[in-house]
Write a protein that binds this ligand. Sequence first.
Ligand code: SF4
Length: 353
Amino acid sequence: MDNQAAPGVASPLPPLSGLLPAEIVESCSLDKSFQGKQIFKWIARGADSFGLMTDLSASLRSHLAKSFRVRSSTIGERLADGDGTVKIALALADGNVVECVLLVDSEGRKTACLSSQVGCPMGCVFCRTGQLGFARNLEASEIVDQFLVLNAEFGPLQNIVFMGMGEPLLNLDAVRKAIAILTHADGLGLSRRRITLSTSGLVEGIRDLADNGPDVRLAVSLTAADPAVRTPLMPITRSNPLPELREALLYYQEKTKDRITLEAVLIGGVNTAPGDVDALRAFIDGLQVTMNLIPWNRVPGMDFKEPTRQELEDFESMLEEKGIQFTQRARRGRGVSGACGQLGTVLKKKSPA
Ligand code: SF4
């Protein structure tokens, strides 16, 4: 029997789901390199125990089960919304909990929304995760596990968005490693172009991504382009001012030739006025961007208001008048607190180690 940790119980065994084939060979002291590929492939196909890896010898399976775990997390609470959204909590070995979400659009396309941190240090005041504070960065295996769990049950999934809990550019090494694993040709072989990394606007991280990859799609949670409006909503604006963010996006565009998505969480009476559209127009001058409008989703205990239908229509008309391309994100997952800005309902807070 494999040494899989019981839910919520710490296991001392190292997981293999955060390793590439050559690293599996080395970590497991395997005789033959093809065995690393075999194990990597099984993990990518959703095997969650060594017993399922039937093309390995019984003695190797037994050796692996005594010394390693397949994944680093176990499946905890799950909530399903009538619109197809499913939110799954994963119990991590140290007792923390992280959430991932299956999103299904109106045409049936499935996307995995993954978390990169337990909690988030960015403190966006309209976001539940931001109000819970920060516990720690996720390991690559803990990021990969989220996709494996969703893919095993609802797959095949082709799209990933790093829009769950956390700021991915603050955990870029682990995010890079997870992307390398998920796109590896010996495993799932996902396309990097179907992976979107969403940041709150970390200038240094955007430049790092432009210089060093991976070549994924970039989304930036802008929300407002007037510093007087954005700073109280997104405190990151103080340390990463809008002019520097704009310069970093111009640099990213120049290096990658990619169109950038700018997300705007629209909050009733806060960032939907004509002046907000003027500020957006000025910010995007010279940038190839698409705006993604996200009507704010209600979070208990927060005083903000959802934008009215009229407010949204007026805002969209103003964007059209200014020649700004936009899409509006369908409001999905609200019934399970799985929509944008709502993650963190089952987070167990821990102090950073
Ligand atoms: S919106 Fe994103 S960056 Fe801001 S607090 Fe929430 S999870 Fe963190």
